[in-house]
Design a binder for this molecule. Structure first.
Ligand SMILES: [Zn+2]
Length: 101
């Protein structure tokens, strides 16, 4: 999470703080106190503060490189068995020699 301070001048975007600039409520209060001295409404500035909540996660490079969005279902497509366990009797993925006749 971070805080973004947006400053507009005469109704147009003037600047905004970078994501890494303000990461705590204490920092946003400290920066805002300084901005309030300089970017006054009397001079045409408007200050807005946004709390940005973000989610992030590391992605699997093997899937990215394979062009996949998510890992393929690890379970058997026919009987739903978890890998490492025997397929249900008659499953198409069961080796032919073990299939029930
Ligand atoms: Zn199966």
């Amino acid at each position: 999470m971070h805080y973004e301070i947006n400053v507009s001048l005469h109704g147009r975007h003037f600047f905004a703080t970078a994501p890494r600039s303000i990461t705590t409520k204490e920092e946003v209060r400290a920066v805002l106190a300084e901005f309030d001295k300089v970017f006054t409404e009397a001079r045409g500035f408007v200050i807005m503060v946004k709390e940005v909540r973000e989610e992030s996660e590391y992605l699997r490079l093997d899937l990215l490189r394979a062009g996949l969005d998510e890992a393929p279902d690890p379970k058997c497509a026919y009987c739903g068995q978890t890998p490492g366990w025997p397929h249900s009797p008659g499953c198409k993925n069961e080796p032919a020699s073990k299939q029930f006749r």
